[in-house]
Design a protein around this ligand. Structure first.
Ligand code: ADP
Ligand code: MG
Length: 750
């Protein structure tokens, strides 16, 4: 059987109790397959002894004798210190929250010890260490802590309260699951490829990725699994590319269809007549290309109603922030509704955040309802009744255009005749989500085949990726801004000069304009997570909202960040859009897509902490109307001190990279230039938002990092498709696995 078919619940692994099984399921590990593909994030080599005296060279792995127990601190803070020694040195184990170790580790006895040590107050110390009784055959063989190279897993929240216990639990479960099931696993890469590529068989690879017997074997397993994922990715890409090029050959013969198709559909013309402005040349070209694609699909042989399959548009629309992509999306949606192959077609427009989806829904209501269309907004927190009514309307074809987040593609959403899917800010979604989207068209009630796909992004995709991962897409570019725009003026300011920035913003407010203030943290009550993530007291949105209200008493301030509930976010955004709120104190939730043309000032505090693409996106929130707009990047040169900080330890906040980023922002307004600089600064592994967003997150492969393997996989996959164009893998198993596990998109707080 194939790995993904191991869909028994984790409770079927021997030794998994009910509580643990439930925790695993809640953490998204809902099957044995998911457990086995919960790949380690790292491996610890505990196969060689590393004595205490070599603590500075890496983790210690040795046998120690317990010398003494010792306590420090008072009350709840009372903490156990255990003095130990091996043949090379003495050391101290600091047992925060682990007083029970006093009972476990008896004075005079010997234990195996593994840990990371540092030097403090004259001792070699460790706070993160693991111990195990030294004797006993059981400890030798079944040990999840010692002997060999051990996996270190990304810990699901439910298991992470005591990290070392969570790790050991997972190690035990995975080992047991391997014992029970790995011998059943079939290979997924074709046998010939395994042979020529020198890869491991699936069962071996899966075992070795968790419990390798050597570094070399680990590497072999990694390469095998990476290749497997990329191979399937490329089979998919290749298959679609081949379909499209066949269709293209047909298209050449019927260029009449293309010429006819590029003209506007009736609804499109109607919308354009109602707009107070003309399309920019870039928008015009983009919509002509989209129209030609869609028209051709309709006339292509084999694309008659009910035929299913065949050619459909797969186009990437790139245009810098503010270039007017939304309007192009609406126009494309109108065409989908217009034609619908004789029966009302439907379009779905998906955005990465509720905030943005709602903005699109409001625009759709404003622009499209007057044309007699029926747009609807599907939010994640609709009450059951409202949701059921909406879903019924969708299935009956009473909704023409639906806007929302990835909830648009949940299992229970059924379309009557889905003809077009628009994915806005597509770099925020996983590549693999495309598969789920396309599948929706195939399950439309009218069986109308794969819908047209229009993906939109302001983040240019580097060429190597465009060729490989997106090798099957056509690209439209909007190279210009709508007429009348003035470029945003960017200023850098030191934190100590913030008052001058406020003075400037005050003048803009007096002139009737609005301003955003963006902070790297949410603030106050926002929980432990972010305080742990930062060592410094940075300004945060919550406290600064109050501060801004004091600085600008006559201008209403509102606060917006990702932890507000949707209703509160909506309220804040809407009153800002209506102009009742003049100042918005925010985190980077406003980074993506938000469009309020009257806002003329973007002030970013601690700008040195933001990535280039985030800064560019933030700056893109202003300069959307005809008025001159400004972006102030306020930076601190030194990490703010905290009480009790060692004065000598104050770190400069402004790193060389930070300086370089600010310089790029000052010098360029062009998203393409900025993306290139971003690539240079960050290296190919972390292109503009890609890493955080899971843009390319497969299971273990990273198409950018593993570009060599990607090219090899592509070659094999394409060669195989060439030999057998009809080759149909039942399903892209790896991608499907990833899809099932894919976490829903979440807004980032930073
Ligand atoms: P983005 O490409 O960043 O998604 P939007 O679609 O949000 O940009 O458009 C930015 C602003 O430009 C919106 O307020 C929109 O109404 C306006 N706009 C779009 N097209 C034009 C145009 N041709 N002329 C003038 N304004 C336009
Ligand atoms: Mg947009």
């Amino acid at each position: 059987m194939f790995l993904r078919e191991l869909n028994k619940p984790p409770g079927s692994v021997k030794g998994v109790g009910e509580k643990t099984a439930a925790d695993l399921v809640l953490s998204g590990i809902s099957s044995v397959a998911a457990l086995l593909t919960h790949y380690p994030r790292d491996w610890e080599d505990r196969s060689h002894a590393a004595p205490l005296k070599n603590w500075s060279r890496g983790p210690v792995c040795t046998t120690v004798k317990i010398l003494a127990h010792d306590w420090f601190g008072f009350g709840k803070m009372r903490t156990l210190k255990i003095h130990v020694e091996d043949e090379s040195a003495r050391a101290v184990l600091v047992c925060f929250n682990r007083p029970f170790l006093g009972r476990v580790l008896e004075i005079g006895k010997s234990y195996r010890l593994w840990g990371k040590f540092y030097y403090k107050y004259g001792d070699i110390q460790s706070t993160s260490f693991e111990v195990e009784a030294e004797t006993g055959a059981a400890a030798e063989t079944g040990s999840t802590r010692f002997g060999g190279i051990l996996p270190v897993y990304p810990l699901p929240a439910k298991l992470g309260r005591v990290p070392s216990r969570g790790q050991n639990l997972l190690r035990r479960l995975v080992r047991q699951a391997l014992d029970q099931y790995s011998s059943l696993l079939d290979d997924e890469i074709p046998a010939s490829v395994i042979k020529t590529g020198g890869f491991l068989h699936k069962a071996e690879a899966i075992r070795a990725i968790h419990f390798p017997s050597s570094r070399a074997e680990l590497e072999h397993a990694r390469q095998t699994l990476i290749f497997e994922e990329l191979f399937y990715l490329e089979i998919n890409v290749g298959r679609r590319a081949a379909e499209r090029s066949r269709a293209r050959q047909l298209q050449a013969r019927s260029s009449a269809a293309a010429a006819h198709g590029a003209s506007l559909s009736p609804l499109q013309s109607e919308l354009l007549e109602r707009l107070p402005f003309h399309l920019s040349p870039g928008q015009e070209t983009a919509i002509a290309e989209i129209n030609a694609d869609m028209a051709f699909a309709d006339e292509a042989p084999g694309n008659q109603a009910d035929a299913g399959g065949g050619y459909s548009m797969a186009r990437l629309l790139q245009g810098d922030v503010g270039s007017g992509k939304t309007l192009v999306a609406f126009l494309a949606a109108l065409r989908a509704v217009d034609e619908g192959r004789g029966r009302a077609g439907q379009a779905a427009i998906m955005a990465p955040t509720e905030l943005l989806a709602r903005q699109h829904a409001e625009n759709a209501a404003r622009l499209l309802e007057p044309l007699g269309l029926r747009p609807a907004f599907l939010t994640g927190n609709l009450k059951a009744r409202g949701r059921n009514r909406l879903l019924a309307a969708l299935a009956d074809g009473e909704v023409d255009i639906i806007l929302g987040t990835h909830a648009l593609f949940s299992k229970d959403v059924v379309y009557r005749n889905l003809r077009l899917v628009v994915v806005d800010e597509q770099h925020r979604f996983g590549v693999t989500q495309r598969q789920a989207i396309l599948a929706k068209g195939e399950t439309s009630l009218l069986k109308s085949g794969a819908p047209h796909l229009l993906m939109m992004s302001a983040t240019p995709i580097p060429r190597t990726l465009a060729l490989t991962v997106f090798g099957d897409l056509d690209v439209s570019v909007i190279p210009d801004m709508p007429p009348g725009r003035k470029p945003v003026k960017t200023h850098l300011a030191k934190e100590s000069n913030a008052a001058k920035v406020y003075d400037f913003v005050r003048k803009e407010l007096e002139a009737g304009r609005q301003a955003y203030f963006v902070y790297p943290l949410i603030g106050d009550d926002a929980g432990m997570e972010e305080t742990r993530n930062t060592q410094a007291n940075l300004k945060d949105a919550v406290s600064m909202a109050g501060e801004l209200q004091r600085i600008f008493p006559q201008y209403p301030v509102a606060l917006i960040h990702s932890r507000l509930d949707d209703e509160q976010k909506r309220e804040a955004m809407e009153s800002f859009r209506r102009g009742e709120i003049k100042i918005l104190a925010a985190t980077s939730v406003v980074e993506v897509g938000v469009d309020v043309p009257n806002a003329s000032c973007m002030v970013v505090h601690h700008a040195e902490r933001f990535g280039l693409s985030a800064l560019h996106q933030l700056r893109g929130r202003v300069g959307r109307g005809g008025e001159k707009s400004y972006c102030f990047l306020i930076y601190s040169e030194e990490e703010p001190r905290q009480d009790g900080d060692d004065p000598a330890a104050a770190r400069p906040a402004l790193t060389d990279d930070g300086k370089q980023r600010l310089r790029v922002m000052l010098e360029s307004n062009d998203g393409f230039v900025i993306a290139e600089e971003d690539l240079k600064l960050r290296g190919p592994g972390q292109i503009a938002g890609i890493e955080q967003s899971g843009y390319l997150r497969l299971g273990i492969a990273d198409p950018v990092r593993d570009s060599g393997a990607l090219l090899a996989a592509r070659k094999e996959a394409f060669a195989m498709l060439e030999r057998d164009p009809g080759l149909l893998f039942p399903e892209n198993r790896v991608v499907a696995e990833v899809l099932e596990r894919a976490p829903p998109f979440t807004e980032t707080a930073m």
